[in-house]
Write a protein that binds this ligand. Structure first.
Ligand code: FE2
Length: 281
């Protein structure tokens, strides 16, 4: 078992578990260096990469660039990165919202990081029988312009029948209230998802299952040091505030589903036959 009794009961009762010092400092440096190389590459040849990822404005959600990003590594920008004429106001490493969504399959450094015996053992302890690594993101949350991520649960976006998705959130910087740490509702994973975002013809739509808004007063901040892993249920409501500080809040996230469940064909994230989902092997 990789979880203590207390950690296992936190996972069961609260819907999330905090594992400090999961990532050694040398690995944080390796990931940070690799992220720097990728960002430099995008800065040298940005191409058509001007899509903003905003959970408040949802401008990305009908965008081909987003909808075809399940099997590639693409940069997405923060809303505040551009001036009114569409020009970048800050250097690339301070402009990005995220890289997504197949870091774990296409980048050797992230592949190695995402497929360790320790992570496989943890995911087994979380209850997975036949895990598949579905989605990965580097989330930048840059100083001053890192935006709010509205309260949601990940099952709404990565739907399996029955629900299986879980998020693994690796802090690569210290995450604080000031720089936009995760906030969660302990025990909120016992409630069903309130929305479902899915493909609808050539675009996407959001079905409202329960119109009652999330109780923002039930959220608590999860401030963690760099190297901490937060594992959370796909049903756990979570939120993060804008980064109003001078400090970046870099994180890597990995979403895992169980192949014993059905991954729906109208989920936004679809893989082609050239890049099938894989587990930890
Ligand atoms: Fe999320």
């Amino acid at each position: 078992m990789s979880l203590s009794v207390e950690q296992a009961s936190a996972w069961r009762d609260d819907g999330f578990v905090v594992l400090p010092n999961f990532v050694p400092g040398t690995q944080i440096s390796a990931l940070t260096d690799r992220i720097g190389e990728l960002v430099d590459g995008f800065a040298r040849s940005p191409g058509e990469a001007t899509t903003v990822f905003s959970t408040t404005e949802r401008t990305h959600s009908q965008d081909e660039y987003f909808l075809t990003s399940g099997g590639v590594i693409r940069p997405f920008f923060e809303e505040g990165a551009f001036d009114s004429e569409g020009n970048l106001q800050v250097p690339m490493d301070r402009a990005l919202n995220k890289l997504g969504h197949a870091m774990h399959d296409l980048d050797p450094v992230f592949d190695n990081f995402s497929r360790t015996p320790e992570l496989a053992a943890l995911v087994s302890d979380l209850g997975f029988v036949d895990p598949l690594l579905l989605q990965s993101m580097v989330i930048f949350k840059p100083p001053h312009i890192g935006g709010e991520v509205i309260c949601h649960c990940d099952h709404s976006f990565l739907w399996t029948e029955p629900q299986t998705v879980a998020g693994l959130w690796f802090a690569l910087d210290d995450a604080t209230v000031e720089n936009g740490c995760l906030w969660v509702t302990p025990g909120g994973h016992r409630q069903p998802a309130r929305t479902r975002f899915h493909l609808d013809g050539t675009g996407t739509t959001t079905d409202v299952i329960d119109p009652v808004p999330y109780d923002m007063d039930s959220l608590i901040p999860v401030e963690v040091e760099a190297g901490t892993l937060i594992a959370f249920s796909g049903l756990l409501p979570h939120w993060s505030a804008p980064n109003t500080s001078e400090d970046s809040r870099l994180a890597y996230t990995l979403h895992v589903i169980d192949d014993t469940a059905d991954y729906l064909e109208d989920n936004w994230l679809q893989r082609g036959p050239d890049l099938p989902l894989r587990g930890f092997a």
